[in-house]
Design a protein around this ligand. Structure first.
Ligand SMILES: *[C@@H]1O[C@H](CO)[C@@H](O)[C@H](O)[C@H]1NC(C)=O
Ligand SMILES: *[C@@H]1O[C@H](CO)[C@@H](O)[C@H](O)[C@H]1NC(C)=O
Ligand SMILES: *[C@@H]1O[C@H](CO)[C@@H](O)[C@H](O)[C@H]1NC(C)=O
Ligand SMILES: *[C@@H]1O[C@H](CO)[C@@H](O)[C@H](O)[C@H]1NC(C)=O
Length: 369
């Protein structure tokens, strides 16, 4: 008995053909999109991370950090979807990063550190308090208004934190990156962080964390209220200044090599200040900067704080790109030199940002002109 061949009606055949064509075109469009180079400016998730990291489940619950965690924080549930890739998980894939990154390192001083003077007194500022007035340090850390709030706030750490670190590099002038920057969970700024008026379009407006030392303090330019302030003690004077800041007093005169400098009074509530731990300076300097120059820059410090607070970090306005002026707010073109950067080792830091970018730890904002 012959088997009857099943015959499709003509209309069904047409429908199937159309469906097949649609499917093929979707696949082709998808492939073409993937082959395209990421367009500037980047979107937050352009998949630049190493392929090995894409699709990873975020398993790290909470990077050890920074001050005391509240009870709510300890029990807080993650609030957002897990990151496909995190800085902490990069240690599995990058030998270079694994050999250097210390996830448990203490980022900030707390009251307990007054018990560790021996530890803090091994080196001079910024790597410790050797030959410093320890009474001053004690008065700072035991100050009644030193609340040392947790970086992630009382609501706790969410599971996927995407951060922008905004440096002052001239590459940001005309970049139009402001909206992208403001789209991150946390925005880190430092020093002369002009972020209002005509700058907002290029550098954004939001600030979550602001880092400074006495002469670089421009808190008046930071628009957001309730920023958390990270204070960097680079030299002996900075500790005296810190105590005055905690007391709400005018800063003492800054005298260096016989010259007296006027220093602006910080407009910051002592309850919003955190102090970068000297051991963290040492870690960044020895481990990532190979002890070159004589200390890490504020920018380097802030990028590494972000690498310990966030799951993904994009840095803007870093890298000392010689095609651009020094700072995005310069009115005349300023060339990058050792002198113009205040003895920073420009080449060494530039190399580091590119290395961290290649390894997938950060994304370095670049521009093709
Ligand atoms: C951290 O917690 C310990 C123990 O609960 C407490 O003694 C200390 O004062 C806290 N430190 C800060 C900075 O709140
Ligand atoms: C201070 O403590 C840190 C962290 O525990 C440690 O790495 C460092 O070696 C100590 N330094 C001294 C001089 O004890
Ligand atoms: C250390 O600082 C305290 C508090 O400001 C001050 O009273 C004391 O005289 C200082 N000690 C030295 C040796 O400078
Ligand atoms: C900033 O950018 C504008 C336009 O893109 C340009 O005219 C100006 O010269 C730049 N400023 C500096 C200091 O490079």
């Amino acid at each position: 008995m012959a088997v009857n061949r099943f015959k499709l009606p003509r209309s069904v055949k047409v429908v199937l053909m159309v469906a097949l064509l649609c499917y093929l075109s979707i696949v082709l469009v998808g492939m073409a999109a993937r082959m395209q180079k990421p367009a500037y400016p980047w979107t937050v998730n352009d998949g630049y991370f190493p392929a090995a990291l894409v699709g990873l489940k975020h398993t790290d619950s909470r990077l050890t950090s920074s001050g005391n965690q509240t009870a709510e924080q300890k029990t807080a549930k993650p609030k957002t979807a897990p990151c496909p890739k995190t800085i902490a998980s990069l240690t599995k894939y990058s030998k270079w990063f694994r050999e250097r990154y210390q996830p448990g390192i203490k980022l900030f001083l707390d009251r307990d550190d007054t018990k560790h003077y021996d530890n803090l007194s091994a080196s001079g500022p910024p790597f410790g308090f050797k030959r410093q007035n320890l009474t001053v340090l004690s008065q700072i850390l035991q100050h009644k208004d030193f609340a040392n709030p947790p970086v992630h706030g009382l609501a706790g750490r969410q599971s996927c934190i995407r951060c922008a670190v905004v440096g002052c590099g001239g590459i940001l002038n005309g970049s139009g990156a402001g909206k992208e920057i403001d789209g991150h969970d946390y925005v880190f700024r430092l020093n002369r962080a002009l972020s209002s008026g005509r700058f907002a379009n290029d550098v954004g407006k939001r600030t979550t964390f602001y880092t400074f030392f006495p002469e670089s303090q421009h808190l008046n330019d930071v628009e957001d209220e309730n920023v958390l302030v990270f204070y960097a003690i680079f030299k002996a004077y900075d500790a005296d200044y810190a105590l005055n800041m905690m007391n709400g007093e005018k800063p003492p005169k800054y005298i260096s090599r016989g010259k007296t400098y006027g220093v602006r009074t910080p407009v910051v509530s002592p309850t919003r200040v955190k102090f970068v731990h000297p051991n963290f300076f040492t870690y960044v300097f020895k481990t990532f900067l190979d002890s070159k120059a004589y200390r890490p820059t504020t920018g380097a410090l802030v990028v590494f704080l972000a690498l310990h607070i966030c799951d993904e970090v994009t840095i803007y306005g870093f890298g000392y790109d010689p095609r651009f002026t020094m700072h995005y707010y310069d009115t005349k073109f300023v060339v990058h030199t050792r002198a113009s950067t205040g003895t920073h080792d420009v080449d060494n830091e530039r190399k580091l940002w590119h290395k961290l970018h290649e390894e997938g730890a950060i994304r370095l904002f670049k521009r093709d002109l």
